[in-house]
Design a protein around this ligand. Structure first.
Ligand SMILES: Nc1ncnc2c1ncn2[C@@H]1O[C@H](COP(=O)(O)OP(=O)(O)O)[C@@H](O)[C@H]1O
Ligand SMILES: [Mg+2]
Length: 224
């Protein structure tokens, strides 16, 4: 489903020159796999996820979703592909403050064609499954961190995307909420999605197919 090839990404260093964050990353994630990428803070986990999720362009290398090369597409094609194929779970949730919980979840449908009765029903069912149905009319500021992350997760999976990318999805959560999100990620993989989780805390992810370490801009095997 997801293929990264030779991904290189540098950022300008404040003192001049460049920081090479990704130095040639290859990654394959098949449907049904749950791949964890762990590494120290600043090792490039978020950068890798953003490049795989088409939120940032690599300096070189390619990203493929199934048979389609999606790196190098134009801006609007790319956001269409992203809306259809990728569920992104952000570390800081990124709920829109001016929208209710329900409307934040429905945003995912708005990006790919619109909100009808079927989408509303599915959004409400997801909110119920994650225990936040009674918060559907609350704004993000009126929700706890755990509630926000559960709403953000509902948004990420509303369109049933074949690829789910999660950035420290349990980093800001208490144990109970972390377990809910970790379980839900494993469920999505079991249901056939390709799932990538980047985290400083690989032990919070259950049922990983593979755990990689990112170090020096490259992926290697994880050893405790
Ligand atoms: N937009 C940016 N501009 C400049 N440097 C950045 C930018 N984003 C990330 N970096 C740098 O790239 C490195 C990797 O960052 P990041 O991918 O966020 O790491 P992680 O998620 O593993 O903590 C860090 O040194 C960070 O300071
Ligand atoms: Mg990060």
């Amino acid at each position: 489903m997801l293929r990264g090839r030779g991904l290189v990404k540098s950022y300008p260093a404040p003192a001049g020159g460049a920081i090479r964050v990704l130095a040639g990353v290859d990654l394959d994630v098949r449907p049904g796999e749950l791949v964890v990428v762990s590494g120290a803070s600043g090792s490039g986990k978020t950068t890798l996820l953003n490049v795989l999720g088409l939120l940032e362009d690599p300096d070189s290398g390619e990203v493929w979703f199934g048979p389609e090369r999606v790196s190098g597409l134009g801006r609007s094609t790319k956001s269409r592909v992203r809306g259809r194929s990728v569920g992104f779970v952000f570390q800081s949730f990124l709920l829109l403050p001016g929208l209710t919980a329900l409307d934040n979840v429905l945003l995912a449908a708005r990006y790919v064609g619109g909100v009808g009765e079927a989408e509303r029903r599915r959004a409400l069912a997801l909110l119920e499954a994650f225990g936040v149905l009674d918060r559907r009319d609350h704004y993000p500021a009126q929700l706890s961190g755990g509630e926000q992350q559960r709403v953000a997760f509902c948004r990420a999976v509303l369109n049933d995307p074949p690829l789910i990318l999660a950035d420290e999805p349990t980093g800001n959560l208490d144990e109970a909420n972390a377990a809910v999100i970790a379980g839900a990620l494993a469920d999505r993989a079991r249901a056939g999605a390709a799932v990538v989780v980047v985290t400083h805390h690989p032990e919070t992810v259950r049922g990983a197919t593979t755990v990689f370490r990112i170090d020096g801009g490259r992926l290697g095997a994880w050893h405790d």
